[in-house]
Design a binder for this molecule. Structure first.
Ligand SMILES: [Zn+2]
Length: 434
């Protein structure tokens, strides 16, 4: 009897579930040109059927039958793409303008609630520009604030992208600001500081326990030009310390992103088994071979290193120029070798008032094909995030994250800076065509 009742309620539940699916709102997008995020070529005149928050079908307009009762969105004069993915942002950072106190002021001057309010605006800015997913790589001293913003977005309280968050990040003593104050002072740090594999593993456990989707580790810190004009970067964690973090994080089914410029620290990042190299300003041929072998991702964040150089006749100015030239060479080599490259900006280091999509232009200037640059911010990033088929693609089964713009970004990549339509999770957030 009890079993029968249970069975009956199960059947009712199933009926209810399918009724829910059937009653989910239907939306049809007419796309003039579709870049689906995965194919090498764009397609003309496509019809995208969306049920609730998922894409149900994508069909040639000539063959498509538009279901009755659907809301029609006419983007027949537009190029339609999947929602974009920025794999390296900091919503809790608001530029590092020295006139406004630089990096330190972010941590020293502002209440956490103020920082959370500004992070809310940053998240909204990203969504307005068509970035429907962010891998946000640490809060710069704002603790687990990113987990809170993620909850607020998922709960529908504030608009924002899908957030993949890294919480506090990890470095070693002498490996992160705030620094340069009187040695007697115990200054707050922009990351969690660890020394030794035991502390390293414990920090990873704490961050994973409190909601980190990825772990972020700083494997290099200061950089300068050496006697022969070469780029030198101070390493931070040892291989043993990083291995403890990677081992722990992989055990949770999650991944580790390593900030690494070059030299010893970059080598330790690879030997320690990190999943993505962030920045990678100077990668040697042997390191590129190791990345290919290990399947390591490369998130170069070019644009941030190509702006705001110190004057040429200063040590900092020489370092800035050396960083950019080394970065260009590394990016070209990695591209040539077929390293898996994802789009990332370091927004936050760049003020959130600037266009996020400026990174596309840098990637294309340095030799990447426009379609590959788009894939680095769509299906390729989805692969890294292990969300292949769910985001970064316009295909049946994917979340309905859709953007549109005027003109052909394959001809002019800068057009990606002017997205005029944004849908996230089946809901229209912005539509300038209305
Ligand atoms: Zn960063």
């Amino acid at each position: 009897m009890r079993l029968r009742l249970a069975l009956l309620s199960l059947i009712c539940l199933m009926g209810w579930a399918s009724a829910q699916t059937a009653s989910a709102p239907l939306t049809v997008i007419r796309a003039g040109t579709l870049i689906d995020g995965k194919s090498d070529v764009s397609r003309r005149d496509q019809v995208i059927v969306i049920r609730g928050n998922r894409i149900e079908s994508v069909t040639d307009a000539a063959k498509a039958s538009v279901p009755g009762g659907a809301t029609i969105i006419d983007l027949s004069q537009a190029t339609v793409l999947p929602g974009l993915i920025d794999s390296h942002t900091h919503i809790f950072l608001q530029g590092e303008d020295p006139a406004e106190g630089g990096y330190d002021a972010n941590i020293l001057k502002y209440p956490l609630a103020f920082r959370a309010a500004r992070a809310t605006v940053s998240a909204r800015r990203a969504l307005e520009q068509g970035f429907t997913t962010l891998r946000d790589l640490e809060t710069e001293g704002a603790g687990y604030g990113d987990v809170g913003i993620q909850q607020a977005i998922n709960g529908g309280y504030i608009p924002g992208p899908r957030m993949i968050v890294a919480t506090r990040a990890i470095s070693t003593t002498g490996g992160y600001p705030l620094e340069g104050y009187a040695p007697e002072l115990e200054m707050p740090k922009g990351v969690q500081i660890v020394d030794g594999p035991v502390e390293a593993r414990k920090a990873a456990r704490e961050q994973l326990d409190k909601g980190a989707d990825w772990i972020k580790v700083y494997m290099t810190h200061r950089s300068w030009t050496g006697k022969n004009g070469e780029l030198v970067s101070q390493p931070t964690l040892t291989v043993e310390e990083l291995r403890a973090i990677v081992d722990e994080t992989h055990g949770w089914g999650k991944k580790v992103a390593c900030h690494a410029y070059n030299g010893i620290g970059l080598q330790r990042a690879l030997d320690g088994g990190c999943d993505s190299i962030e920045h990678g300003l100077e990668i040697t041929d042997a390191q590129i071979a190791q990345m290919l072998k290990q399947g390591t991702w490369y998130c170069p964040t070019l644009a941030v290193y190509f702006t705001d150089w110190a004057p040429a006749d200063t040590a900092a100015g020489q370092r800035d120029r050396k960083r950019a030239s080394a970065h260009e060479a590394s990016f070209r080599k990695a591209l040539q070798a077929g390293v898996k490259i994802v789009f990332g900006t370091d927004m936050g280091g760049i003020p959130w008032s600037e266009p996020i999509a400026q990174e596309f232009s840098r990637m294309v200037e340095l030799g990447m094909k426009p379609m590959d640059a788009i894939k680095s911010a769509t299906s390729r990033a989805a692969d890294m995030l292990e969300m292949q088929g769910e985001i970064g693609v316009i295909a049946p089964g994917a979340y309905a994250d859709v953007v549109a713009l005027r003109g052909d970004p394959l001809q002019d990549i800068k057009l990606l800076e002017n997205v005029a339509f944004v849908m996230k999770d089946g809901k229209v957030f912005r539509n300038d065509w209305k």
